[in-house]
Structure formats: structure tokens, C-alpha cells
Design a protein around this ligand. Structure first.
Ligand SMILES: Cc1ncc(COP(=O)(O)O)c(C=O)c1O
Length: 433
């Protein structure tokens, strides 16, 4: 069967004509630092919720570049920004002004209910900056204290990034141990354990950092009482509550930010992944007094907040903010969860289904790496985290029909996993009634 590849897919293929999957993967094996265990596809183009490989095979994408490609591939308005020939600046450095950083900061401030933004390039860099900001704020506000406020409380099972500070606040020891000693002063609090939070919080605490929904941790939501306690303790001690919304923010849950479900107001909100439609851009958004803890020269970056990234981000925020966009994320996300719940009734290998909006997980009673491989063969791109958690992070423009397409592929795979092993069923038959 010949697959019709839309124009966007073909463009990608033409520009990368030359090396095929075999050649590229062999070259990578020789020349790349071996940090990634890639899925065996050579992506060359995409349109909407679909990716195309070099052979023209089409994949329904329920991974969205790890929650980055919120608007799918080749979104016409994003492509128009990229093609706008009136704009010639890709970079000017932060020594000059350009037209797009301030409007983007103003928009992020409006959406978060905070006041100022600092732009960085990646999630981990935003976390790093926030940890520095927490210490700077503590020193500025409490200069005469007989002890240093530098401790950070992070939550067990969280993921905040891979640079030394962010890594120190990241829970899984497999990421941390090879690089210890990390930045000192981070303590971990048990997930949703208010008593442990109260016990761990002290006068030295400079900040509590939370992922309202832990992404890498398996789509686990923190509870309202835990988040509210974190806010109350922080307010009472003049410490900061930092919401890492890098994965769960910017519309993914059907709200602008996951923290909004709980009526809390963090002092610092971190965003990254989908902000610039696929180009690297992150932001630390902070309330006024917190932002003022940094003065010129204390923090900075060469690339952060470049003109092209900021223009793209303004367009992303404009699109997400259109009437009905976020409501549709909730609606389709609810549909996805309901359909997975139905699948759970049918296939006991699914233990739980959870999530908000289009950040959804199905925890299995078996490892899910093989499920991901089989789904890929059948044309669906998925992710497995925490060994047994199938994580669904589709583009936010996904529709019910895509959910149905996903289910058609998942069903036979889960059915095979749920079937009792041949021997066990044979034994069963022998048991007298
Ligand atoms: C919640 C959260 N924080 C921070 C990060 C780190 O972001 P980056 O990979 O852009 O450094 C991630 C990445 O997955 C994340 O999910």
C-alpha cells in the first residue's frame, strides 16, 4: 500500500534525502555520546498529530516530543512565523533590546498572576535559576539571621532536570548517584505526606519545589492538602513556593497551569517544554519582591529569550488562549481517560488510569517497554516511564478520532498481555470443578 504523505511530511523527507535509517543509526552508534536509547525510527516530517519516517510510514504521536509539540507538527500559524521574511533576527544577545521579550514576559505574568519573567533555554536551566533565586531572596530578605537559609525541600519521586542543582532536587537515585556529590541542602519530603512536610520544613528552608503533577514520576498528582500546607509554611517563613510546571503547565491539563486546580498561588512558576513550539525556551516567572532579589549581573544566559523563540511563544500563547482551546483539552483528555478506564475493565493488566487533561497514564501490572515497541510497529508513538506506566502526552490538538485510533492499536497488545500464560491456563483446566 502506498501511503499518501502530506506536503509537510514530504518537505522533511526531501531536505534530508541521503542517509537512511540504517546508515544514520550506525553513524550515531560511532559518533554520539551514548546517552539515549532511541526508538528505531528516523523521523523526517510531520503534520498535525502524525509523524512520518524516512520510508513514509505514518505514526500517530501520543508523545509529542515529550510534551513539547503541543500544537502538533507543521502548525500553519507557527510555520508562518518561521517563514516571515520581514523578520531577520535570530539572535541579538541579552545586551540589547528586541521587540518580543517584554510582551512575552507581560503575558506570562498575566497568566500566572505573577509579575516578572527571566528567560532561559531549557527546563533544567529554569530550575537552576529558581534555586539561585531562592537563595538570593533569602539572603536579601533576612541578612542578619544567625543561620543560612539555603535548604530546598523537594518531593520524593520528582524530576526537575539534570544539571547539578536541578539534579539535587530530582529523586531517582539512578540519575543522581553517578554524579554525587550534588548541590548540598536539598531534603526530600514524602509525596502527599503533610506531617513529613511539616517535620522537614524549618527556618533554614529557602524554598519548596513541587511538580503539581509529577510527569517522569508516572503522572502522579500532588494532593490539595499537601500543596496548601507547602504554601502556608512558605508564607509563614517568608520562603518560596516554586511550581515546576515544565511538563504539566501551559495548557496540558486543560488549565493554563496545573496549580490553578487547587487555588494556590506559587511565588515562582517555571515553564519550558511547549513554550516556543519546539525551539528551546524556558521561563522563570516570579512575584515582584522575589524577582528583585536578582540584580544585573547576578544571573544570565547568552541565548535565553531570543527574538525568534519569543515570537513563537507569543503565537503559542495566543493560540492556547483562544476561546474553547483549553476546554477542548479537558474534553478530549476526559474522553481519553474514560476510554482507558473501559479498557481497564476489559484488560486486568491495566491497574490504574490517572491524569488530568492530556497528561494521562495507565499503570500496568507488567513492564511497558514492549508495549511501546509493539505500538510503534503498529504506528503509534507512546512513552513508558517508571517501568510500568504508559504515559500519554499527545499534542493538545488531538481529537477523539485519534483517541480511537490509539485504542485500536492498544487493544490487541493489552489483550495479549492480559491473557494468562499458556501453561497456567492449561493447569487451570485440569482443576476439577
Ligand atoms: C517537571 C520537569 N522539570 C524539569 C525538566 C527538565 O527539563 P529539560 O529536559 O528541558 O531540561 C523536565 C523534563 O522532562 C520536567 O518534566
Amino acid at each position: 500500500m502506498t501511503i499518501q504523505i502530506p506536503a509537510a511530511g514530504r518537505r522533511g523527507m526531501a531536505s534530508q534525502a541521503g542517509m537512511n535509517f540504517q546508515e544514520i543509526s550506525e553513524l550515531e552508534k560511532r559518533v554520539l555520546v551514548p546517552t539515549y536509547d532511541r526508538l528505531p525510527i528516523l523521523a523526517v516530517g510531520g503534520e498535525g498529530c502524525y509523524l512520518y519516517d524516512e520510508a513514509g510510514k505514518k505514526y500517530l504521536d501520543f508523545l509529542a516530543g515529550l510534551a513539547v509539540n503541543s500544537l502538533g507538527y507543521a502548525h500553519p500559524e507557527i510555520m508562518a512565523v518561521l517563514r516571515d521574511e520581514r523578520e531577520t533576527l535570530l539572535h541579538v544577545s541579552n545586551l540589547l533590546y528586541h521587540r518580543y521579550q517584554a510582551p512575552l514576559a507581560a503575558e506570562l505574568a498575566r497568566l500566572t498572576g505573577l509579575d516578572r519573567a527571566f528567560f532561559a533555554n531549557s527546563g533544567t536551566e529554569a530550575v537552576e535559576g529558581a534555586l539561585k533565586l531562592a537563595r538570593a531572596y533569602a539572603r536579601k530578605r533576612h541578612p542578619g539571621e544567625p543561620f543560612e537559609r539555603y535548604e530546598i525541600l523537594a518531593v520524593e519521586n520528582s524530576f526537575h532536570g539534570r544539571t547539578f542543582g536541578a539534579l539535587a532536587a530530582t529523586w531517582p537515585s539512578k540519575y543522581r548517584q553517578p554524579f554525587e556529590p550534588l548541590v548540598p541542602g536539598v531534603r526530600f519530603v514524602r509525596q502527599n505526606d503533610v506531617a513529613h512536610l511539616v517535620e522537614s520544613f524549618g527556618p533554614r528552608t529557602a524554598a519548596v519545589i513541587v511538580e503539581v503533577i509529577q510527569g517522569e514520576g508516572g503522572v502522579v498528582e500532588l494532593r490539595e492538602d499537601f500543596l496548601k500546607a507547602a504554601q502556608e509554611l512558605s508564607r509563614a517563613n517568608d520562603s518560596l513556593l516554586v511550581a515546576d510546571e515544565i511538563q504539566c503547565g501551559l495548557g496540558r491539563t486543560g488549565r493554563w497551569f496545573a496549580f490553578q486546580k487547587f487555588g494556590i498561588s506559587p511565588d515562582v512558576v517555571l515553564v519550558a517544554k511547549p513554550l516556543a513550539a519546539g525551539l528551546p525556551l524556558a521561563a522563570i516567572v516570579a512575584r515582584e519582591a522575589v524577582a528583585q532579589a536578582f540584580s544585573p549581573g547576578m544571573h544570565g544566559t547568552t541565548f535565553g529569550g531570543g527574538p525568534l523563540q519569543c515570537r513563537l511563544a507569543l503565537k503559542v500563547l495566543e493560540i492556547l488562549g483562544r476561546p474553547g482551546f483549553l476546554a477542548r483539552v479537558s474534553e478530549v483528555g476526559g474522553y481519553l481517560r474514560r476510554r482507558l478506564e473501559e479498557l481497564k475493565q476489559e484488560f486486568p493488566v491495566i491497574r490504574t488510569v490517572r491524569g488530568e487533561g492530556l497528561m494521562v497514564a495507565a499503570e500496568l501490572g507488567a513492564p511497558c517497554k514492549a508495549v511501546v515497541r509493539q505500538a510503534l510497529e503498529a504506528g503509534v508513538l507512546l512513552n513508558c516511564t517508571q517501568e510500568k506506566v504508559l504515559r500519554f502526552l499527545p499534542p493538545l490538538v488531538v481529537e477523539r478520532q485519534h483517541v480511537e485510533e490509539l485504542l485500536r492499536v492498544l487493544k490487541p497488545i493489552l489483550a495479549a498481555l492480559s491473557a494468562p500464560p499458556a501453561e497456567a491456563s492449561a493447569e487451570k483446566k485440569e482443576v476439577p470443578a
